[in-house]
Design a protein around this ligand. Structure first.
Ligand SMILES: [Zn+2]
Length: 111
């Protein structure tokens, strides 16, 4: 798992991280994105940091997806799309800090 990078604070006020949830699969050139850490194929957090698009999994694994552009992000924004002061704040607010890792793989009913 990679360490989260701190955003430089340049004082111009425009460094705002934008993130949205995307419950469905994300297909890139017809191939569904898959988490290389836990194997999840849907339920993503999509992060737009200026021109860089990153995908984050429920298990908190995150990577830069160079095949996606800002326009792709704009097309994926749903009701959860909003600005966040930092990636960590966004991940916690949206449930992508790892606490819900693999939730859709498991049966929620008690044994
Ligand atoms: Zn994962």
């Amino acid at each position: 798992m990679q360490r989260l990078q701190q955003e430089p604070q340049l004082g111009d006020g425009v460094i705002r991280l934008r993130a949205t949830t995307h419950p469905e699969e994300i297909r890139i050139t017809g191939i569904p994105v898959m988490c290389s850490s836990c194997g999840a194929r849907r339920d993503w957090m999509v992060i737009c940091d200026r021109s860089t698009i990153r995908i984050r999994c429920r298990c908190a694994y995150e990577w830069i997806e160079p095949e996606l552009s800002r326009a792709d992000y704009e097309a994926m924004i749903d009701a959860g799309g909003r600005d966040h002061p930092s990636l960590e704040a966004a991940a916690q607010a949206m449930g992508y800090d790892g606490a819900l890792a693999g939730t859709y793989f498991t049966d929620p009913r008690p044994a």
